[in-house]
Design a protein around this ligand. Structure first.
Ligand code: PAF
Length: 286
């Protein structure tokens, strides 16, 4: 495995691999790697000849009151993780390499970014789509892998790639969960033991939502109320949103028909966590 830090180096390494006929898989990350990232790497290693992982905490996608400065950074541990998973190239650029001057060009996906997390994190998705565009142009992968846990992000990037004709495929990989159901997230490490226990309510609420939909409930308000009921038993969980949206255009639905996502965000203590399920699960976005 090679670690490269400059755009020129990663472009050269990928160009050499492509000249040998290699299919290039790409997993963009902000580091603090966990089994959820591992599943993205495994998918890329299985489907592609060369896997590139980027590790870059992108300042552009954090709001002024968010956790950019405290976001966990441990490049040595992340590199070891990538090596174990069979990654070929780690691209870990500095802020200066990615943004040598204040950017004046941005990529924005409209409408899909208006609701859910977009409503509470102004500018976040513009920062994501801008850095992912830069990374796609730098790495030029054949396939890029995103986690279902960041459901809105995956849908937004998929739409950006389709609308702007990026020559690559997007794959969405199912959420990896701890044994008690908590979705793997780099931010889970902010939770103290009591919060960590309370955080399981997020997924328990989603499981309860799935159960009522499986029994035939088609009213999104009743599904949302069911999640809220489960969360009400955990005083440490503070709702930010519980939404039932169309799985592709992310618009709230008034009747559950076709594939929907139940997407949630909540604060557990001061840590903001998100999670979601698709219903029905079959035919999920890949
Ligand atoms: O999901 C993430 O870790 C980030 O949003 C991404 C896609 C690496 C862009 O910075």
């Amino acid at each position: 495995m090679r670690r490269v830090t400059t755009i020129a180096e990663v472009r050269k390494a990928v160009a050499e691999a492509r000249a040998r006929g290699a299919r290039i898989g790409f997993v963009p990350t902000m580091g603090a790697l966990h089994a959820g990232h591992g599943a993205l790497m495994d998918a890329s290693v299985a489907e592609c000849d060369v896997t590139v992982v980027s590790i870059f905490v992108n300042p552009l996608q954090f709001g002024p009151a968010e956790d950019f400065h405290k976001y966990p950074r441990d490049l040595e541990a992340d590199e070891a993780f990538c090596r174990e998973r069979g990654v070929d190239i780690v691209f870990a650029p500095s802020d200066e390499e990615m943004y040598p001057r204040p950017p004046r060009a941005f990529v924005e996906v409209e409408e899909l970014t208006a609701g859910l997390c977009g409503a509470y994190r102004p500018g976040h998705f513009r920062g994501v789509t801008t850095v992912v565009t830069k990374l796609f142009h730098i790495v030029q992968p054949d396939v890029a892998y995103f986690g279902q846990k960041d459901f809105q992000q995956a849908a937004v990037i998929r739409r950006m790639v389709e609308d702007l004709n990026f020559p690559l495929e997007i794959r969405t990989v199912p959420t990896v969960r701890e044994a008690d159901g908590l979705a793997m997230s780099s931010r889970n490490r902010y939770l103290n033991p009591e919060e960590r226990r309370a955080a399981t309510a997020l997924y328990r609420g989603l499981v309860a939502a799935r159960e009522v939909m499986e029994k035939g409930e088609r009213d999104p308000e009743k599904v949302r109320a069911r999640v809220r009921e489960v969360w009400a038993e955990e005083p440490l969980v503070r709702e930010q949103y519980i939404e039932v949206v169309d799985a592709v255009d992310l618009k709230p639905v008034s009747y559950i028909d076709g594939q929907v996502a139940v997407a949630v965000a909540a604060f557990v203590g001061t840590t903001r966590l998100i999670d979601n399920i698709l219903f029905p699960e079959t035919g999920s976005l890949t």
